[in-house]
Design a binder for this molecule. Structure first.
Ligand SMILES: NC(=O)c1ccc[n+]([C@@H]2O[C@H](COP(=O)([O-])OP(=O)(O)OC[C@H]3O[C@@H](n4cnc5c(N)ncnc54)[C@H](O)[C@@H]3O)[C@@H](O)[C@H]2O)c1
Ligand SMILES: [Zn+2]
Ligand SMILES: [Zn+2]
Length: 394
């Protein structure tokens, strides 16, 4: 089959790889019909190379049609239309019982001291072949796949794999008080949906922040106030100006480790990319190369006693944190990968509602064949050609 594979920094290709097959009674094989590129894939493309091997299949936002199931998979059968959550979890361990599917004790990657395995996301998360491919082997398929109705276009359901649950959890963790205010840093796919969900769930004031004009426009088109990041920062002051001088009740970081405007981290990341994998991976894990500009803005701008919710991915270890501000302002901080299945029951009524209240059908700016993946990664990373969300169609 054809699959999108990693070959080095900013180098993904289409390779022919062996067709996946059932290996465990809990497996399923899914023929992929749509599979999106995520901002998290850009971290692989740019800085996390030391943890990936050449030829690894990328992708963790797939959906399609079940081709085959193992003997212990009973909630889906061949021919069913399914979305595959990006976390691989068993559904019946101590962690899964609490809805902490990202911490599943059956699939935790203990060799690297990490949580549940993920599709297409480095050795740290199990080196499981990903979903940007014609077919996908789904481990723990007795639990993971979410069955969706036939009929509506793929875009209605595709984002249940990651973008929607991630955004829902970001809003949940942000604990926006009734009728309160929230700022969302980053208006990529996650920030867009986070802002829409915050409004949908009753936030009175939602302010989105980014530097890319068409991303700001997309947010405004959905009724979100925006602030454009420009050369001179003052973002926190602008946020205070708009929120009675106090700062937003809650602040969500939907940017993560590659924030623009963090020169030291940027230098470290560029340096790491020049080192041999062995050295670089140590440096990333132990020394930390995150670009924390946005996290610092979050801490500065959130009101005293407010909540910061991080959905942007971070990986460093020793980045200095302003503990004095966190403590003095009495800030609550919540974060983590999305426990995808925990939020599906909240989201399913919205994506099946005929009026498409979250406008999921309007999120993809590009739908291209799998073979265009190299170009698609490039324009998504460089924010060219209006790319906000790219869906590959194998
Ligand atoms: N927690 C999870 O489970 C989970 C799931 C999916 C994605 N993520 C993470 O969420 C983040 C966003 O993902 P995405 O798909 O929307 O990616 P994206 O790269 O399209 O979005 C990031 C956005 O941040 C903006 N940005 C960069 N620097 C900024 C700054 N200084 N101030 C304001 N905005 C800035 C960029 O212009 C871009 O629009 C990534 O870090 C991704 O890894 C986390
Ligand atoms: Zn993703
Ligand atoms: Zn589990």
């Amino acid at each position: 089959m054809k699959a999108v594979t990693y070959h080095g920094r900013r180098d993904v290709r289409i390779d022919t790889v062996p067709d996946p097959r059932i290996e465990e009674p809990t497996d399923a094989i899914v023929r992929i019909t749509s599979t999106a590129i995520c901002g998290s894939d850009l971290h692989l493309y740019e800085v996390l190379g030391p943890f990936i091997d050449e030829g690894d299949v990328l992708g963790h936002e797939p959906m399609g049609v079940v081709e085959a199931v193992g003997s212990e998979v009973t909630h889906i059968r061949p021919g069913d239309r399914v979305v595959i959550p990006f976390n691989i979890s068993c559904g019946h361990c101590f962690m899964c019982d609490q809805g902490l599917y990202t911490q599943c004790e059956t699939t935790q990657v203990r060799d690297h001291g990490k949580g549940a395995a993920l599709f297409g996301y480095t050795k740290l998360y199990g080196q499981v072949p990903g979903g940007q491919a014609e077919y996908l082997r789904v481990p723990q398929a007795h639990f993971g796949p979410v069955k969706v109705p036939d009929g509506p276009p793929d875009d209605r359901f595709l984002y249940l794999s990651d973008v929607l649950p991630t955004s829902w959890q970001a809003v949940e963790y942000a604990a926006i008080p009734e009728g309160g205010s929230v700022a969302v840093f980053g208006l990529g796919p996650i920030g867009q949906m986070t802002a829409r969900i915050a409004r949908h769930r009753g936030a009175r004031q939602v302010i989105g922040i980014d530097l890319v004009p068409e991303r700001l426009k997309m947010a405004r088109d959905h009724g979100i106030e925006t602030i454009e990041v420009s050369g001179r920062n003052g973002i926190a002051d602008q946020l205070r100006d708009r929120t009675a001088g106090r700062g937003p009740d809650s602040v969500i970081d939907a940017v993560g480790m590659e924030a623009h405007g963090a020169t030291v981290g940027k230098l470290a990341q560029d340096l790491a990319s020049l080192l041999p994998d062995k050295v670089a991976s140590k440096m990333i894990e132990k020394a930390g190369v995150d670009r924390l500009a946005v996290l610092h803005h979050c801490i500065d701008s959130v009101r005293r006693g407010g909540t910061i919710s991080l959905s942007g991915v971070y990986g460093g270890m020793v980045d200095p944190m302003p503990m004095m501000d966190l403590f003095d302002k009495q800030i609550q901080l919540r974060m983590g990968q999305a426990n995808v299945k925990r939020w599906i029951d909240d989201l399913m009524p919205l994506v099946t509602d005929e009026s498409d209240p979250l406008d999921v059908e309007g999120l993809a700016t590009h739908r291209v064949p799998l073979s265009d993946a190299p170009h698609a990664y490039e324009i998504f990373q460089r924010k060219q050609d209006g790319a906000i969300k790219v869906v590959l169609q194998p």
